[in-house]
Write a protein that binds this ligand. Structure first.
Ligand code: ADP
Ligand code: MG
Ligand code: ZN
Length: 487
C-alpha cells in the first residue's frame, strides 16, 4: 500500500482531536482517594470509586475550577449550570458499569486555540471541554497468564477537550497538541506527561477529494501517547484510507488502535454511536452551579497566557507575530528571551538568535531550553561584543557554537581562539593590496563594468583574514581603493 505523491495530493486530510488531560487535583473526581500516579495497585480506592452499592459521589470543586480555567483560557462559554451524565458500558476496568461524564450540558463550549503553521497563525475551534472520570487499568502482562485490574486510576478527574475538525495535516495536529499541552501546563491544571498518560489523545481522521466541502466518514485512532506516534498514526491512517478509496472501497466508521512497534493500526471495533451508551443524567449528582462571581475570580487569577504574552511581545519588543508565537511556545523559552533583554540584549537581535542559532542547536540534540548551557546573560554579552565591534556578526556564530558546547563566556571564547575582529586600517589595506595584486583578471573585469565582482574582492579579504576582518571597514576601504566601476 504505497500511494504516489500525486495521488496523495489529490486528497485533503481532515482531523479532529479529543484530548484527555488528567487534572492535577490531589483527590479523585467524586471521592477523597488520592489521584497520584504510580502507587501499588489498588491502594488508592474506596467504596465510591469501587462502585459499591449505596454510595454517593461528591463533585471535586478543584476539578471544576481547573476546567473553568481552561475554558476561560480558550475563550469558551462557561456554563453557569452544567450536569453530569452516566455513559453506560461494560468493561472490567469500570466497576460501576458506567462512566460519569458530561453529555448535553458540558462545562465549556466553543472557543478556540491559535497554533503556528508554516509561519502563519491558524485558529483551531474548540467544540467543548467537559469533565469526566477516568477508568481503571487492565493489566495483561504480569507474567502469570492471568489478567489483573488496577483501580487506582478509576475515578481520577479528566478534562476531555474536543476540537472541531479544523486540522488539515499531521503536522497541524502535532502543533495543536503541543499548543494545548503547553496551555494546560501554563495553567497548572495538568502535568502534560504523555508517557504516564496524563495527556493523551484520540485522533479522528478522514480524507476527501481536494476541493470538496463535504465531510466524509471518519476513523477514530485511540489513545495515542506521544507526539511522534500522533504524527505516524495519522500518516499511516491517511495512506490506508487513500488506498481503500483508490481501490474503489469505502471507509467504514470504526475505532482503530495504533501499534507503534509495527507502525500500523488495527481495527478494534466498529464505532458505537452515542445512543449505544444510553446516556442519562446522573441522579446521584446535582447540577454544577458556577456563579459568575466565582468565574470572575478564576479569570482574575489566571497567569499570563501564551496568547497575551505573544501580543505583549509584539507591542513591547517590536517583534513580528510569528517570532512572538515561537518565543512563547513554552513558558521557559519566553522567560529566557525576556531574561536576555533584561541583561541588555536588543529584543530583535535576541529573537533572531534564539529562533535561529539557539533553537537549531537545541533541536539538533533534542534538548530543552531548561538545560541550555548558554545563559541569557551570556547571550546578551555576546551581542554586546558584536555591537562594540570586537567581533563580527559572522564570527559571533562561531563563538556561539563554542558557548553552546562548553558553556563558556563569550569574551573567554574570543580571547582563547583569537577571534577579535580586525578593524585596523593599515592591516586591512595590506590585505586588500595583496588581494588586488593576486587578481588581475577580476580587477580588469571589474574596472570594465562588471560591478558584481565587488563582492568577490570582499570575499577574498574575508577569506584571507579567516572571517575576522570588519566587513563594514572592508567595504569602505575597497570602495576607496577600487573606485566606481567603469567604463
Ligand atoms: P465521539 O464521542 O463519537 O467521538 P465527538 O463529537 O465527541 O464524537 O468527537 C468527534 C470528533 O471527531 C471531534 O474532534 C470532531 O472534530 C471530529 N470529527 C468529526 N467529523 C469528522 C470528520 N469527518 N473527519 C475527521 N474528524 C471529524
Ligand atoms: Mg470520542
Ligand atoms: Zn475512592
Amino acid at each position: 500500500m504505497t500511494t504516489t505523491s500525486s495521488t496523495r495530493a489529490a486528497y485533503e486530510t481532515i482531523i479532529g482531536l479529543e484530548v484527555h488531560a488528567q487534572l492535577l487535583t490531589r483527590s479523585k473526581m467524586f471521592c477523597g482517594c488520592a489521584a497520584a500516579f504510580g502507587a501499588a495497585p489498588n491502594t488508592q480506592v474506596c467504596p465510591i470509586c469501587l462502585g459499591m452499592p449505596g454510595v454517593l459521589p461528591v463533585v471535586n470543586k478543584r476539578a471544576v475550577e481547573f476546567a473553568i480555567r481552561l475554558g476561560l483560557a480558550m475563550h469558551s462559554r462557561i456554563a453557569t449550570s452544567s450536569r453530569f451524565a452516566r455513559k453506560n458500558y461494560f468493561y472490567p476496568d469500570l466497576p460501576k458499569g458506567y462512566q460519569i461524564s458530561q453529555y448535553e450540558l458540558p462545562l465549556c463550549e466553543g472557543g478556540w486555540l491559535d497554533i503556528a503553521v508554516d509561519e502563519q497563525a491558524k485558529r483551531i475551534r474548540l467544540t467543548r471541554a467537559h469533565l469526566e472520570e477516568d477508568a481503571g487499568k487492565n493489566l495483561h502482562d504480569m507474567g502469570d497468564g492471568a489478567s489483573h485490574v488496577d483501580l487506582n486510576r478509576a475515578g481520577t478527574p479528566l478534562l476531555e477537550i474536543v476540537s472541531e475538525p479544523d486540522l488539515r495535516s499531521s503536522d497541524e495536529a502535532v502543533a495543536y497538541l503541543k499548543a494545548l499541552r503547553e496551555l494546560v501546563v501554563y495553567l497548572g491544571i495538568c502535568d502534560g506527561n504523555m508517557e504516564e498518560g496524563s495527556f493523551r489523545c484520540d485522533a479522528n481522521v478522514s480524507i476527501r477529494p481536494r476541493g470538496s466541502e463535504r465531510f466524509e466518514t471518519r476513523v477514530e485512532l485511540k489513545n495515542i501517547n506521544s507526539f511522534r506516534y500522533v504524527k505516524r498514526a495519522i500518516e499511516y491512517e491517511v495512506e490506508r484510507q487513500i488506498g481503500v478509496v483508490e481501490d474503489g472501497g469505502r471507509i467504514v466508521q470504526e475505532t482503530r488502535l495504533f501499534d507503534p512497534q509495527r507502525g500500523v493500526s488495527v481495527s478494534m471495533r466498529s464505532k458505537e454511536a452515542a445512543h449505544d451508551y444510553r446516556y442519562f443524567p446522573d441522579p446521584d449528582l446535582v447540577p454544577i452551579a458556577a456563579p459568575e462571581t466565582w468565574i470572575a475570580e478564576i479569570r482574575a487569577a489566571l497567569p499570563e497566557l501564551p496568547e497575551a504574552k505573544r501580543a505583549r511581545f509584539v507591542s513591547e519588543y517590536g517583534i513580528v507575530p510569528y517570532d512572538a508565537t515561537v518565543l512563547t511556545g513554552s513558558r521557559a523559552l519566553a522567560d529566557y528571551f525576556e531574561a536576555a533583554i533584561r541583561h541588555g540584549a536588543p529584543p530583535k537581535t535576541a529573537a533572531n538568535w534564539i529562533m535561529s542559532e539557539l533553537l537549531a542547536q537545541l533541536n539538533a540534540e533534542g534538548a530543552e531550553i531548561e538545560s541550555c548551557r548558554v545563559t541569557p546573560k551570556a547571550l546578551a554579552a555576546l551581542f554586546a561584543l558584536v555591537d562594540a565591534g570586537t567581533i563580527s556578526g559572522k564570527i559571533a556564530k562561531t563563538v556561539f557554537e563554542e558557548m553552546y558546547r562548553t558553556g563558556a563566556e563569550p569574551d573567554a571564547v574570543v580571547a582563547a581562539k583569537g577571534l577579535v575582529q580586525v578593524s585596523d586600517v593599515d592591516a586591512l589595506v595590506a590585505v586588500i593590496d595583496r588581494v588586488i595584486a593576486d587578481s588581475p583578471k577580476e580587477l580588469a573585469q571589474y574596472l570594465s563594468g562588471k560591478d558584481k565582482l565587488f563582492g568577490f574582492f570582499v570575499g577574498q579579504v574575508m577569506k584571507r583574514t579567516e572571517g575576522k576582518a570588519n566587513p563594514g571597514k572592508v567595504n569602505e576601504l575597497l570602495k576607496a581603493r577600487l573606485g566606481a566601476p567603469g567604463p
